[in-house]
Design a protein around this ligand. Structure first.
Ligand code: OGA
Ligand code: MN
Length: 293
């Protein structure tokens, strides 16, 4: 099997892949090529797929073993690592939209997922785009003074930051039990596959920066977020039925849009891909437990 790839922006953020049927076996050479393109474009859009939860899980495994999910109560039937996201009414007229401000997934884990993937089940007639911003480019274009200021800084990522711009979905008792303690991650990291530096930020989970007073830490985070979420760093994905989209949680931040008619259903399967724990260990302290020791 072979495929065509078309960049979706002029800045190598997002590429569309056509000509592949992910229900079919993928050989080692093709898998290597896909992973190379993934490291280059950070978001891959596979068009015209029709995958069951099991086939979607298998397609995700082309990029690595699957990562467990925070929310154990929204699993797809029979597939523990495939969850389902949809707009849900949590109170009369009030809807919960997962991911509705820029973030990177599960950054409170000691080894957060290298990637997340979504596959369409049902789409609203319009709206519900997903936005991605390239945090390699955002880092590259920081003034030298700012690069210098943030070099070596480390942030504490909790399940829900005291300063989060939006509430997280409630954890079920089973999900709460599986929650790891807060993690510590550098603000500037180097991508293991493409060698580029990037900003690693997540306002919903970043609770503090080590050695900084909270007010100053949050002001710095706001300044960096305003810079990193500029449209010039963005690929905005308009969903089509049959899309399987996979993004690199290190190279991009992403956000959902709850701008469609909530009487319509937006329903997607979701998986995450593990990162290599050795990479994170090498980058320094991982958990509060380490810090306290
Ligand atoms: C996610 C997420 C965005 C969307 O699944 O992690 O943030 O547009 N989704 O649904
Ligand atoms: Mn997300």
């Amino acid at each position: 099997m072979s495929y065509t790839i078309t960049p979706m922006t002029s800045h190598q953020t997002g590429a569309e892949i056509r000509g592949l049927d992910l229900t079919r076996p993928v050989d080692a050479e093709l898998k290597t090529r896909l992973n190379r393109d993934f490291a280059k474009y950070h978001v891959l859009v596979f068009r015209d797929q029709k995958l069951s939860a099991a086939q979607f899980a298998a397609a995700g495994e082309l990029f690595g073993p699957l990562h467990s999910q925070h929310h154990k109560d929204i699993r797809a039937l029979g597939h523990p690592e495939v969850s389902e996201i949809r707009n849900t009414e949590v109170a009369p007229g009030k809807y919960m939209i997962a991911g509705e401000s820029f973030h990177t997934d599960h950054s409170n884990h000691p080894c957060p997922p290298r990637a997340t993937s979504l596959h369409t089940v049902t789409l609203p007639s319009r709206g519900g785009d997903t936005q991605f911003v390239n945090v390699h480019l955002a880092y590259d274009e920081l003034p030298d003074e700012m690069k210098h200021r943030i070099e070596g800084l480390k942030a504490v990522h909790a399940f829900e930051s005291r300063y989060t711009p939006r509430k997280m979905r409630e954890l079920s008792p089973e999900s709460r039990k599986a929650l790891p303690p807060p993690a510590i991650h550098p603000l500037v990291r180097t991508h293991p596959d493409n060698g580029r530096k990037f900003l690693y930020m997540n306002p919903v989970r970043m609770d503090s920066i080590l050695g900084m007073e909270d007010g100053a830490a949050m002001a710095l985070l706001r300044e960096l977020m305003a810079h990193a979420t500029q449209q010039k760093y963005e690929y905005r994905h308009k969903w089509l039925m049959g899309d399987m989209v996979i993004w690199d949680n290190r190279s991009v931040m992403h956000q959902a849009n709850g701008d469609y008619d909530m009487k319509e259903v937006r329903h997607l399967y979701r998986i995450m891909i593990q990162d290599d724990p050795a990479l994170w260990t090498a980058e320094g302290e991982k958990t509060l437990a380490v810090m306290a020791a």
